[in-house]
Write a protein that binds this ligand. Structure first.
Ligand SMILES: [Zn+2]
Ligand SMILES: [Zn+2]
Length: 143
């Protein structure tokens, strides 16, 4: 788990001023155990303080461009975001087909899989995303 001081240092190293809004965004994205949409992030920020929608969206975009956040390409049109750090390396995700919620799964060793897939692609291959689909615990209870 990163401390607020770590977050500050990461932002500064990425060339971003550690404003209160950015630190709060970071804090919210950290330790959720799931990836969030821009709408989710906005809502969670709102619970904590007055935030401007445009600022939140702009900060997400800046985090993304500086590699602090990764955008997951999943089913549907909504983008999901999560922090990209050494403490939170790339990992598979579980998405509920009923509510769309995206849970982070433990990283698995994909090196064999990766080598096989990458072979014909060579250096065009940059990353693998693994998505497991199903019904989440919450939706299963409602069903
Ligand atoms: Zn669900
Ligand atoms: Zn994740």
């Amino acid at each position: 788990m990163e401390t607020p001081a770590d977050a500050k240092a990461r932002l500064l190293a990425a060339g971003l001023r550690p404003t209160a809004a950015r630190l709060l965004l970071w804090e919210i994205m950290q330790g959720q155990g799931r990836a969030l949409t821009a709408g989710d992030l906005l809502e969670l920020m709102h619970r904590r303080r007055q935030v401007n929608k445009v600022t939140v969206y702009r900060n997400i975009e800046q985090f993304l461009r500086r590699g602090l956040v990764r955008r997951l390409c999943l089913e549907g049109r909504v983008a999901y975001y999560e922090l990209a750090s050494d403490q939170h390396p790339s990992h598979p995700h579980f998405q509920c087909t009923a509510c769309g919620q995206v849970e982070c799964l433990e990283p698995v060793n994909m090196s064999r899989f990766w080598t096989e897939l990458k072979g014909p692609l060579g250096n065009r291959a940059e990353k693998i995303e693994i998505l497991v689909e199903g019904i989440c615990r919450h939706c299963r209870r409602l069903g």
